[in-house]
Design a protein around this ligand. Structure first.
Ligand code: C2O
Length: 546
């Protein structure tokens, strides 16, 4: 009797264990299927969509919206470090190179611009590559209803690294010099001469010149890393330093810095709060800021640099992105607190892109092979002025928590999505948001503000700056203080079919709260200041640990 009872409960136990195991197995399979089964693949280049005409009315200027890429007759090659050997080369700061280097650089672009337009190596086609993958000329492989986009997500940094790599290889082969390297525009340098438009790109009539730039921003005008930064030069410098500090130094996680997941099926224009893509702080902040600053703001889409269709028609684009690329390395290896980690999701590592090599052949590349610049032969010198933003110490403007004052002034509370519908932001909006204020989980690397489900029509440039504990902040508020948490900039698109954007926006606020002394408050006041003419709405606000 006793034996049979034992046996019965034994088999019950076995059954339970079996059931548990099979549930776990199913869960694992499910996790694997959402976690690693849908990296972005190379698109079908035969199916190219002509971007629709934006019927640009003011000033008379028509955009060429055909971003379709030439298809070489040979079959695409697969990249390998063995097939594509690279000479070690150093990318130097544009404001530090010699006249001889500038002459060579100019010669390289003359040669590239002299190639026929339909040559994959021509400057014309090089610029089209950016337009094609940034203005929805192709559809995602495996999900033809969704257009492909390499901005607003974790694809941004590796795609642009590869883009520069092939662009530079073509310039090398045209010059017959495999050690030739692009320069970087050191716009983050607020002390040693990097924060103006580099002189080598300024003279009219050279191959490095572009007439579609903001003529008010020629040297010696200082760069503004945030479109609405105002004040005298020293105020601009401090605000630039704080933008770098907020976008790079306190962006401690890969998601904050590089952006979030983008897999086959992710749709920028048709997303919900749950699956909306997430651009990184480097991209949405200072990177977009420089695009805006450089483009001609008298033109409807701030051409050339101010919109993706035309940005890469300006040779300064490649120097701008060299600096973005340098800052990725800086973030990874050279900030206090030790090395920081890229994403390691297999959908990130296995994502694939097309580029052209120096022999005009298509190459397939993977994100995984772009993660280590030294393998690609690329290095950057140490920049002494980095220390100014790495060690920037934003002053605190406010005293104690501003929640009570804000509440007395009628500021309402706002929670996470779903709220009762969409909230229109107008030119500025303050809200009281719940702060978890408990002990963060030991794995937490950051405290983040998530602006959920931000929706905008990308007809013109739009910018959202956010503040904490400064309920009366407006468009004129100085952004050098600890209350400033960052700016999200949207670059307009000429493609009228894909102008609608839904995205989440994340800012690190733990460092700001510590400096202000409000980490343990149960609520915080968040203020969003919006500039631009398009209506902007959000679906909720959430403070959480990451
Ligand atoms: Cu593809 Cu700076 O943008």
């Amino acid at each position: 009797m006793a034996t049979s009872v034992t046996m019965a409960s034994g088999s019950l136990l076995q059954q339970m264990i079996f059931t548990c195991l099979s549930i776990m197995f199913t869960l694992l399979l499910f996790a694997a299927s959402i976690g690693s089964a849908s990296p972005i693949r190379v698109p079908n280049l035969q199916q190219c969509e002509l971007a629709m005409d934006a019927s640009v009315s003011l000033p008379l200027m028509t955009l060429t919206l055909n971003c379709c890429l030439p298809i070489p007759p040979q079959s695409p090659r697969h990249f390998s470090f063995h097939k594509y050997k690279s000479e070690p080369r150093v990318r130097q700061a544009a404001h530090t190179v010699s006249d001889a280097y500038i002459a060579k650089y100019t010669r390289a672009y003359e040669l590239m611009k002299a190639l026929p337009d339909d040559d994959p190596r021509s400057f014309h086609t090089q610029a089209k590559i950016h337009c094609a993958f940034c203005n929805f000329a192709y559809r995602q492989a495996g999900n033809a209803s969704v257009p492909l986009q390499v901005h607003f997500s974790w694809l941004f940094l590796p795609w642009h690294r590869w883009y520069l790599y092939w662009h530079e290889r073509i310039l090398q082969s045209l010059l017959g010099d495999p050690t030739f390297a692009l320069v970087f525009w050191n716009w983050d340098d607020q002390r040693d001469g990097g924060n103006v438009m580099p002189a080598m790109f300024v003279p009219n009539g050279t191959a490095l010149y572009d007439r579609n730039r903001n003529q008010n921003n020629l040297p010696p005008t200082l760069v503004k890393l945030r479109p609405n930064t105002t004040g005298n030069d020293s105020a601009v410098v401090n605000q630039n330093l704080n933008d770098m500090y907020q976008d790079v130094v306190t962006a401690t996680t890969a998601e904050l810095f590089m952006g979030g997941a983008y897999r086959t099926g992710t749709d920028l224009t048709n997303a919900t709060v749950i699956n909306a893509p997430l651009g990184g702080l480097l991209e949405n902040g200072v990177h977009n800021g420089i695009h805006f600053w450089t483009g001609n703001s008298d033109l409807p889409l701030i051409q050339d640099m101010g919109t993706f269709t035309t940005a890469a028609r300006d040779p300064i684009f490649y120097a701008h992105h060299s600096n973005v690329d340098r800052l990725w390395d800086k973030w990874k290896y050279n900030l206090p607190g030790g090395p920081r980690a890229d994403h390691n999701d297999t959908d990130f590592l296995k994502a694939k892109f097309y580029f052209y090599d120096e022999n005009a052949r298509l190459v397939k590349v993977k994100v995984r092979d772009a993660l280590d610049n030294s393998k690609l032969g690329i290095s950057y010198p140490t920049v002494a002025a980095d220390e100014l933003w790495v060690n920037y110490n934003p002053p605190v403007m406010s005293i104690g928590s501003a929640v009570a004052v804000a509440r007395a002034a009628g500021v309402a509370t706002m929670g996470a999505a779903p709220q009762n519908g969409t909230i229109f932001l107008g030119s500025n909006l303050s809200a009281i948001v719940k702060n978890p204020s408990s002990l963060p989980p030991t794995t937490a690397k950051a405290t983040v503000l998530i602006i959920q489900g931000l929706q905008v029509t990308r007809k013109s440039f739009m910018s959202l700056s956010a503040f904490i504990n400064l309920p009366f902040a407006d468009a004129l508020t100085d952004t050098s203080s600890a209350e400033y948490i960052g700016t999200f900039n949207i670059i307009p698109t000429a493609n009228v079919k894909h102008r609608h954007l839904i995205t989440n926006v994340m800012f690190e606020i733990g460092d700001n709260m510590r400096r202000i002394g409000i980490s343990h408050e149960h609520e915080a006041v968040i203020t969003m200041v919006v500039t631009g003419v398009e209506p902007v709405s959000i679906e909720g606000l959430l403070i959480d640990y990451a």
